[in-house]
Design a binder for this molecule. Structure first.
Ligand SMILES: NC(=O)c1ccc[n+]([C@@H]2O[C@H](COP(=O)([O-])OP(=O)(O)OC[C@H]3O[C@@H](n4cnc5c(N)ncnc54)[C@H](O)[C@@H]3O)[C@@H](O)[C@H]2O)c1
Ligand SMILES: [Zn+2]
Length: 382
């Protein structure tokens, strides 16, 4: 991918969380400044970089080089790529390696990777010696706009995703938009669903800008930095209002109730990446909102059109193996959703739309209405 001529100075987004506040540094080639930034934050600190094999191939040496230049001691811990590392076994491996690397209370863990590495390394840091600080260096688009910001860390249990974890905010996030050039196009596109989500849930002007600029974001032009910065600002604002998800932070789950059900149905496999499930889920949430008369059909169609334009799946039927999985059945989907989000006395919490750019938390949606919508949808009537 070729970059355009001019990339501006890094953008700094501040996450205002009082004593746990931190900066997100976004820009092309900002990875080279990691060492200096860490040295400024914690002079004389010792660090350990946690990464996965894919990311290590491309970005471990540049990360080590910048730390070495700044005189920061570091060691490396490399896990296997993929969700399979976000397990008890993965946590044990990383935690034991951090202890062996002599990471003390005042040292730093550096998570260099996608959401898997960020969640795993962050959780290990949260429990190591009752809490060691950590730095996020997100390398997937999803991690740069979502998982590296906000302090949710954790691993999966055999009984479900993200069931063990801690809120542990990073002390710094360094998001280099150039590292995304080595990410597979399909992973990039999946992460883009979360970018679009910020527009759909709270910022119509941003959504309209994405409609015009998505090609440049994919190519790696300056629009990529802008899109990531706007997404991080949106997430930072919500997290600052509601760090522990007792209210507004739930808005970030737009598309996720449907999406998680679809991910579960496809076994959290390569058949459906998280962001792809979110894309289908967002379209369903928009269409469901339209079916309730909350937004015009044309608004739902607008969301659908944009996600389709960038090549994301938008229909249940776009999911590989859709028919075999029994997904073509409203009751099967309802059962999966009931497992993800608690159904209380036949009622579900959904994030719905009042407009493109204005989502609301609907805590009291009748399950029967959702089932009717899905039935109509599957019959081609919605
Ligand atoms: N903590 C949160 O708030 C939060 C939010 C959303 C998602 N998550 C979690 O994030 C995880 C998903 O994150 P993800 O989509 O980044 O997945 P991931 O970390 O598995 O990365 C996707 C794939 O891309 C590879 N990769 C990453 N960066 C690369 C690069 N620059 N070049 C080449 N390959 C690269 C990885 O090795 C992996 O194979 C899930 O476990 C999810 O639960 C957490
Ligand atoms: Zn998500």
């Amino acid at each position: 991918m070729t970059a355009p001529l001019k990339h501006s100075d890094p953008v700094i987004v501040h996450v205002a969380l009082g004593s746990r506040a931190y900066d997100i540094v976004i820009g092309r080639d900002v990875l080279a400044s990691l060492g200096a930034r860490v040295a400024a934050l914690r002079p004389g600190v010792r660090t350990a970089i946690v990464t996965d094999r894919n990311v290590a191939k491309h970005w471990l040496e540049p990360a080590e080089a910048t730390l070495a230049q700044a005189g920061i001691a570091t060691s490396r811990i490399i896990v296997e790529e993929g969700e399979g590392s976000k397990t008890y076994a993965g946590l044990e491996r990383v935690s034991e390696a951090l202890i062996a690397a002599k990471i003390e209370r005042n040292d730093l863990v550096i998570a260099l990777g996608g959401g898997v590495v960020g969640d795993l390394a962050g959780f290990s840091a949260a429990i190591l010696r009752r809490g060691v600080d950590f730095v996020q260096v997100p390398t997937s688009l999803l991690a740069q706009v979502d998982s590296s910001v906000g302090g949710k860390t954790g691993i999966n249990s055999p009984q479900g995703k993200n069931l063990l974890g801690a809120f542990h905010q990073p002390v710094l996030v360094v998001a280099d938009t150039a590292v995304l050039d080595t990410l597979s196009p399909r992973q990039f596109r999946a992460g883009y669903a979360e970018v679009a989500k910020y527009g759909v849930l709270g910022d119509e002007a941003f959504f309209a800008w994405l409609e015009l600029n998505h090609a440049e974001i994919f190519k790696g032009g300056t629009a990529r930095e802008q899109a990531i910065a706007t997404s991080c600002r949106a997430k930072a604002a919500i997290v600052a209002r509601d760090e522990r998800e007792t209210g507004d932070r739930a808005l970030l789950n737009l598309g996720h109730t449907f999406g998680h059900a679809l991910e579960a149905a496809t076994g959290f496999s390569d058949r459906l990446f998280h962001g792809e499930g979110v894309a289908v889920g967002m379209v369903l949430a928009a269409q469901f909102s339209a079916s309730l008369g909350m937004i015009p059909q044309s608004d739902a169609a607008r969301v659908e059109r944009h996600l389709a334009d960038v090549g994301l799946p938008i229909h249940l039927q776009d999911i590989a193996g859709f028919a075999q999985e029994g997904l073509a059945d409203a009751d099967a989907l309802m059962t999966l959703m009931a497992q993800d989000k608690k159904v209380r006395r036949g009622r579900l919490t959904f994030i719905l739309l009042e407009a493109v750019g204005r989502a609301v938390i609907a805590g009291d949606v009748e399950a029967a209405l959702v089932r009717d919508f899905l039935t109509a949808k599957l019959a081609g009537r919605a």
